[in-house]
Design a protein around this ligand. Structure first.
Ligand code: WT7
Length: 647
């Protein structure tokens, strides 16, 4: 291995090891008997009725975990802690964007969740009904999720940055009976309307969805809202007046808990379905061990939004099941200025901080003098999620934010996996900058080639596909309303072996450490957000000037990938240059979300295609990333692309 710099690994300090939740015995127990191990982890929860079997895989690829067991997810996240005498512990230090804040104890949270549950019952919702939640990061959003869980209602949280079109698509697909929203949301000091977007979604094309009976609105910014009598109600006039007493009923371990839509390789988002017992077991287990969380001592902060799975699993369910005290922050990291996160860390004494690499790189760009102006000594553990973290960002994160001592956990997982699958265990694993290291105890993965053969350890070229070769408790149970797509997307590629195809490339290095390399399909990763090329293409083609569009994810220093689009105009369209490009960018932003707005759009006379008519994305990526172009023989005018490349 001459010429390669020695790879540094950071072993946990003796002090950290001595107090760590995890030890080597965890993996030993899982290896000795995997299912018994998961049974022990499930015992972290309160079960109204015990299960009779840990796993039933006879209906593969649809698993049933903790068969026959009954539990209430909200009881586990709230009531239990109050009953155990921790009602006065702060559950949520909520920090609003404009500077307002609120502490919510477990007793207060219980009262709020009970009120919402009583109101949802009063309007006739019953177990199994779907509720859409389209809200910014305010306590009522978390209360709404927990109230659904308490009643066996299935929530579908839609990121409040998504467009009315995206909301409508999700409301219709899940046939939601109730939509919960706010009047507006704070965005960098300004109130952006949200209820208005709901109305636009629900009246799209003049056609009203048959499923929605109620729209429940929380007053947040005070902005004026459109109103539909008999359908719309204010939270402060309904939920707020409901009884704070509510008895939680047990539900089956496989009761659907939520649907969360995520991008696949086609334009239509997939409604990923998660259920209760297995999901809560694995989110609770991973939150406890991966974050080394000590209830009543740590102050935890996951900077995600509840619109994404990270918010579901590592703000709501995992942490609250473990009696966390956590920060929930409503706004952006530079509101009012770039000191915001560090002010919050100081204010609450945050000890565990979990964020995405894209934000770490943004902090790097802003400069280390900003965090260094603060006392960050409370931080004792750092987490990363959403995309591969480059070694440079990893080192900066450890040194500047972690004071050269906090271990970093680089956690690989997906909306579909529900909880962390691959990550170092703090106190056990010596970590390498940029590597997710290995599977957690109880989880099994492989890196294989096209035919399912193991790739060889340590060979530089030995990149392979990441597969999960054993079912896990928090695995998705399907795609809402589309069992065929579930099978085709995840289980067809390695049908013979019965493995789950994750869609990521990965490799083992010479020491056996696992590195996740990124998506191998047409899914892009922009600032840790998953966006399919097909979705953006269909938004572009939705514009009256566009005949054809091809989209690729190109390397981007800050956001991981940036969206680069190539469009062919219709013969009738007038090419107004930059004006048209701006209009097309706005169209994508409007029809999907500002996060999907292309970084660049190039108007081209043709697109490179294979003989069979498939767009040659690799060539477009070479163009977008300024590389030498390979075979351009299918192009009538390669010069157009050479010119774009050299810009
Ligand atoms: C995709 C899943 C997991 C919650 C947030 C994203 C990428 C995620 C890592 C990581 C390298 C990662 C993968 C994965 N990804 N975490 N630690 N290292 N890549 O959830 O939107 O479902 O996206 O994010 O490509 O497949 P998601």
């Amino acid at each position: 291995m001459t010429g390669t710099p020695a790879q540094d690994a950071y072993a946990p300090s003796d002090e950290f090891v001595a107090a760590a939740n995890a030890g080597p015995e965890l993996a030993e127990a899982a290896e000795a008997d995997r299912l018994a191990f998961w049974g022990e982890q499930a015992a972290r929860l309160h079960w109204h009725e015990p299960w009779t079997e840990v796993l039933d895989w006879t209906g593969a690829p649809v698993a049933r975990w903790f068969v026959g067991g009954k539990l209430n997810v909200a009881y586990n996240c709230v009531d239990r802690h109050v009953i155990d005498g921790h009602g006065d512990q702060v559950a949520i230090h909520w920090e609003g964007e404009p500077g307002d804040s609120l502490d919510l104890t477990y007793s207060e949270l219980l009262a709020e969740v009970s009120k919402a549950a009583n109101y949802f019952t009063e309007i006739g919702l019953t177990a199994g009904d779907r509720v859409a939640i389209y809200m910014p990061m305010i306590p009522e959003a978390i209360v709404s999720m927990l109230a659904c869980a308490r009643l066996g209602l299935t929530h579908s949280v839609v990121f409040a940055g998504f467009s009315p079109t995206a909301l409508r698509q999700r409301v219709d697909d899940a046939e939601a009976r109730l939509v919960i929203t706010t009047d507006g949301q704070w965005r960098r000091g300004k109130s952006a309307p949200l209820k208005e977007a709901v109305d636009e979604a629900l009246y799209a094309n003049g056609d009203v969805p048959h499923s929605v009976e109620h729209v429940l609105v929380v007053r947040r910014t005070g902005v004026e809202v459109p109103w539909t009598e008999d359908r719309d109600v204010w939270w402060h006039e309904t939920v707020a007046n409901a009884s704070p007493e509510h008895e939680a009923q047990p539900f089956d371990a496989e009761q659907p808990l939520f649907i969360l839509y995520t991008s696949g390789t086609t334009g239509k988002p997939k409604g990923i379905v998660h259920t209760s017992g297995g999901y809560l077991t694995q989110t609770s287990y991973t939150h406890h061990y991966v974050f080394d969380h000590k209830p009543g001592k740590d102050v935890y902060w996951c900077t995600a939004d509840i619109g994404w799975v990270t918010g579901h699993s590592y703000i709501v369910y995992g942490p609250l099941s473990n009696r966390v005290t956590q920060v929930v922050y409503e706004g952006t990291p530079n509101s009012p200025d770039e000191h915001r996160h560090w002010n919050i860390v100081e204010k609450y004494g945050v000890s565990i901080y979990y964020t995405a690499p894209t934000l770490v790189r943004t902090f790097m760009k802003w400069g280390r003098q900003i965090p260094q102006a603060h006392d960050l000594s409370s931080i004792r553990l750092l987490g990363s999620v959403g995309e591969p973290i480059n070694p440079e960002a990893w080192r900066w994160y450890r040194e500047v934010i972690g004071g050269n001592k906090a271990p970093i956990v680089d956690t690989w997982w997906q909306t579909e996996t529900g909880a962390i699958m691959i990550s170092p265990l703090p106190g056990v694993t010596a970590t390498k900058p940029g590597a997710a290291m290995g599977t957690l105890p109880g989880i099994s993965a492989k890196i294989v080639d096209e035919n399912g053969n193991d790739v060889t350890l340590g060979e530089k070229e030995a990149n392979g596909y990441l597969v999960l070769d054993q079912p896990w408790p928090s695995m998705l149970r399907g795609i809402w309303g589309d069992p065929e797509r579930y099978k085709a997307t995840y289980w067809e590629r390695y049908a013979e072996q019965g493995w789950y195809f994750a869609g990521d490339g990965a490799r083992y290095d010479e020491d056996g450490a696992l590195w996740v390399l990124g998506r191998v399909d047409d899914v892009m990763n922009i600032s840790g957000h998953r966006i399919s090329t097909a979705e953006v293409e269909s938004a572009l083609v939705g514009h009256h000037s566009v005949a054809e569009a091809a989209v690729v994810g190109a390397n981007d220093e800050t956001t991981g990938q940036g969206i680069v689009a190539f469009v062919i105009l219709k013969g009738s369209a007038e090419n107004t240059g930059d004006a048209l490009i701006d209009e097309l960018k706005a169209e994508v932003s409007r029809s999907i979300s500002p996060i999907a707005k292309p970084r660049e759009i190039h108007i081209v006379p043709e697109l490179p295609k294979t003989r069979s008519g498939k767009i040659m994305r690799r060539l477009l990526r070479d163009v977008a990333e300024g590389r030498e172009l390979g075979d351009t023989s299918t192009l009538v005018d390669p010069k157009v692309f050479e010119d774009i490349k050299s810009r």
